[in-house]
Structures are given as C-alpha cells and as structure tokens.
Design a binder for this molecule. Structure first.
Ligand SMILES: Nc1ncnc2c1ncn2[C@@H]1O[C@H](COP(=O)(O)OP(=O)(O)OP(=O)(O)O)[C@@H](O)[C@H]1O
Length: 377
C-alpha cells in the first residue's frame, strides 16, 4: 500500500461539514425535576457549524469545558447527536457501529490527546499498525506488501529507520514517539480527514512543535483536512489556516487564523488572547487582572444564560445581549471574519448605545501580536 500522497482531490475541497451540530447530555433527574417535568441536560454543544477542507487546518479553540472534544467525538461518530447534521462530501451521515461506521472511520480518523492511553501497552508498534492496515484493507496481499506498508507508515511520521521502532512496545517509546505511532495508525486507514484532539497538550514542551510540524507536513503531502483542537490560541495562529473560537458550547468567532488572532473581534476572544501565556509578560503567565475584567467563571451548561452565553462575563454587555442570541455578524475587515456579538450590529449599538465595537477597541485594545508560547515551542 502507498499512502495517497497529494491525492487528486483539489486543495480546498470540502470533506466534512458540521451543520447546526448539537449535543445535550442528559443528567440524572432530581425529585424536583420529576415534579416540574423538566429534563435536565448539559448543553455541551449547540448549533455548531464548521467545514473541514482538503489541505487545510481548522483550529477549534476555547477554554476547558467549552465543548471542543464533544465536537470532535460527534464528528468521529462516537456520540449520537441531539440535533444537526454531519455531511461527508455533502451527504448526511449517521452511523451506529458496524460496517457503516468502519466505512466512515476509514475516511475520518480521530487522534486522541493521550498517546499513553490510546496505545495498548501489551502490544507492539507492529501489532497496532498491522491491525489498522488490515481493518481498512490497506495491508496488501503478501507479507512483503505488509512490511512495505508498515515501513511506509513509520517513515511518514519520521520514525526512521522503521526497523528501530517496529517491534517496540509503547513503554519503550517517548511520549512524542508514541504520538507519532498514534498518528501513523490513523494514517493506516489512508483517511481524508484527521480530527486531532489536543494532540500535543500531554507532551513534553520540547517536542510539541515537532508533532505540529509533522501534522502540517501531512496536511500538505497527503492533502488532509485537519481539525486541530487546542486551548492554546497562539499555536492555532502558527498551525491553522482557519480558527474558530468556542465559548460554553457555542461558536463565538471565526475567520482566517491571522485575522482572528491578530485582530480578534469578540470580547471573549480578546480575553482568551490576553490571558494566553506570553513569554513577554512577567514570568510568562497570564495577567490575573485580565480575566477579572471578564468577571469570573464560565456559566453552568445545565442552565446556560439566555442571549449570548458570554454576557455575564462580558464587560460590554448590553441589555439585548442578555435576551437575544447574537447571530454570526460579518466584521468586514477580512472576508469570512465573523463574530456572534451584538456589538457588531450597528442598529443594536445605536439603540442601546452602551458600547460600540469602536469602544471595545479602546476598552480592550487589540492584544499584542501573539507569538508561539513557550508551551507550544
Ligand atoms: N459524557 C458526558 N456526560 C455528561 N457531560 C459531559 C460528557 N462529556 C462532556 N460533558 C460536559 O460537556 C461539556 C463540554 O465538555 P468537553 O470535554 O467537550 O469540553 P472541552 O472544551 O473539550 O474541555 P477540555 O479541554 O477540558 O477537554 C463539559 O461541561 C463537560 O463536563
């Protein structure tokens, strides 16, 4: 088997789309819920729209609990969705295990954050990769084909020479090498899309950039569509073509990565960037006053706030923000840059007059240029 290097599909071709994707996890009912007839649920993901294209990385950024991993698991069809749709090459897909699931995961592969947990400690690299190749029909017909395919996979993730790694057990490898094996296993399916859920967050800081560079190389050579999930918005600027920001289960801003990270529009994105570790700030840690200005904690997802979910923390909240959910509004600086924020609706601002987008610029100045954090280096 040879991996389909730079396959014939054009760069930018849409592979996977989330359309109004929603996931509510039911929570155990209390006695009072029984009497009131309410069904409590964690609103983990609400009305998410995103598009993954060949040869492009889309970053999904947000703080812990914002729903990023749930989006990845929904796209991987590991969870049934509450509402919305997942389109693979424009066709609605809903699979529950079995052959249809296998056909789906051949095209869409998930890489987990923990390379320790995702590889079985009692099996060698050879076992893990052979299994992936066989399951997805890429092992060839002869043992020589299989050996060539195994060597090809290990070479593709820069574990060379392959014979040095092929018979090792996971515990004999470093964290970075294990993550490379996990990526090679995903490539064994010869997929079109990779869903990378915080692929470097559990790795030693010194090897993170190597794994991100590997994914970038795979994107280019194999023309893969990559979803890169991270809480580190600086690495999104470095690695992703497009960045989407999530807050409390909803998308709040999106656009090309350079614009979203250098000219963020949504007050939440600005706070996220200001609170990102920055080597230029004292000891490289976040300025504690920054998030204070944002007023505390993310909201309960069992009873999320009405209107914009960021309104209780937003220093610029207007009365309408507490009532009406803001739609995606074009910012106008770059094609495709949008924010779900009433500050970009001239009519609302004129009527409620509390703080226009221009006022936000002076109150929360556009943060300084983001550099790749020490963490991601
Ligand atoms: N199986 C589940 N049952 C109930 N609630 C869940 C389940 N999985 C996730 N949640 C809740 O859904 C919300 C979103 O979680 P999710 O893991 O998707 O966020 P995240 O942004 O990926 O966070 P992290 O970066 O910490 O992984 C959280 O409130 C979480 O507690």
């Amino acid at each position: 088997m040879t991996l389909s290097e730079s396959t014939a599909a054009p760069v930018g071709e849409v592979v996977l789309e989330a359309v109004g994707l929603t996931k509510h996890f039911p929570v155990r009912r209390r006695l009072s819920d029984l009497f009131s007839g309410t069904k409590a649920a964690v609103h983990a993901v609400d009305d998410v729209h995103l598009t993954l294209r060949r040869g492009r990385v889309t970053a999904l950024v947000g703080e812990s609990g914002s729903g990023k991993s749930t989006v990845a698991r929904l796209l991987a069809q590991l969870y049934p969705r509450t509402a919305g749709d997942i389109l693979l090459h424009g066709t609605s897909t809903k699979v529950h295990g079995g052959r249809r699931f296998r056909t789906y995961v051949k095209r869409v592969q998930l890489i987990f954050q923990d390379p320790f947990g995702s590889l079985n400690p009692v099996h060698t690299v050879r076992y893990h990769l052979t299994r992936a190749l066989k399951i997805h029909g890429n092992a060839g017909k002869t043992s020589a084909d299989l050996e060539a395919a195994l060597a090809n996979l290990l070479t593709r993730v820069s574990l060379t020479p392959p014979e040095r790694y092929i018979d090792k057990f996971p515990h004999e490898l470093s964290g970075g090498q294990r993550q490379r094996v996990a990526i090679a296993r995903a490539l064994g399916a010869d997929p079109e899309a990779l869903l990378a859920d915080e692929p470097v967050s559990m790795l030693d800081v010194s090897i993170r950039l190597g794994i991100l560079n590997l994914l970038k190389d795979l994107k280019d050579r194999l023309n893969l569509a990559i979803l890169y999930i991270t809480h580190d918005i600086a690495s999104a600027r470095y690695f992703a073509d497009e960045t989407m920001v999530m807050y409390a289960g909803r998308m709040v801003e999106g656009g090309d990565s350079e614009t979203v990270t250098q000219n963020p529009a949504h007050p939440y994105t600005r706070l996220l960037i200001e609170s990102a570790p920055d080597p230029d700030r004292i000891e490289g840690i976040a300025d504690p006053t920054v998030l204070d200005r944002g007023n505390g904690e993310p909201p309960s997802l069992i009873r999320p706030p009405a209107g914009c979910r960021f309104n209780p923390r937003c220093p610029h909240a207007m009365p309408r923000c507490k009532v009406d959910l803001p739609p995606r509004l074009e910012i106008g600086d770059r094609d495709g840059h949008w924010a779900a924020c009433w500050l970009y609706d001239a009519e609302t601002v004129a009527k409620e007059g509390i703080g226009s987008a221009a006022d936000v610029d002076s109150a929360i100045p556009t943060p300084p240029a983001l550099t790749l954090t020490e963490e991601a280096r």
